[in-house]
Write a protein that binds this ligand. Structure first.
Ligand code: DQA
Length: 149
């Protein structure tokens, strides 16, 4: 099973940006967590981060037919991007939305998620562990769909 983990703008600044909101873990800590999770769960995890909306759309399109699940934190594009929503709908790959912070407890504009409309589940406010939880959800779902595990 292959899972693609996509991160949007400023997620590469984790650990530096607003640690009171996003925590002290760096982007490298997140990549280490993904690597550990891949090993423990026996799955392939690919990852990509971009500060550019179109790059994220391209990655979602490229995943078509190649990836079994998508974990996506579109970051600020969550609240603005119909293009990312449409790309997720176009490929129809099971997707989970992750937010490191609890977006519902923040400014009202963060409570709208376009990408979330194409996702089966949203995990928020769990720090970087939210990514691990999203991967476990997609792994379980894949096992049910493929009658294994
Ligand atoms: C975020 C929440 C967004 O509102 C914000 O723009 C981000 C990160 C999160 O992970 O909590 O950049 O997606």
């Amino acid at each position: 099973m292959t899972i693609l983990v996509l991160n949007g703008p400023n997620i590469n600044m984790l650990g530096i940006r607003e640690p009171g909101i996003y925590g002290k873990n760096s982007y490298q800590d997140l990549l280490n967590l993904l690597e550990e999770t891949a090993k423990t769960e026996g799955i392939e995890i690919q990852h990509y981060q971009s500060n550019h909306e179109g790059d994220l759309v391209d990655k979602i399109q490229e995943a078509y037919g190649k990836v079994d699940g998508i974990v996506i934190n579109p970051a600020a594009y969550t609240h603005t991007s119909v293009a990312i929503l449409d790309a997720l709908k176009a490929v129809s790959i099971p997707a989970v939305e992750v937010h490191i912070s609890d977006v519902d407890a923040r400014e009202p504009f963060r409570q709208i998620s376009y990408a979330g409309m194409a996702c089966e589940k949203t995990i928020k406010g769990q720090g970087i562990d939210g990514y691990r939880q999203a991967i476990l959800y997609l792994k379980d779902r894949y096992a049910v769909d493929n009658h294994c595990g």
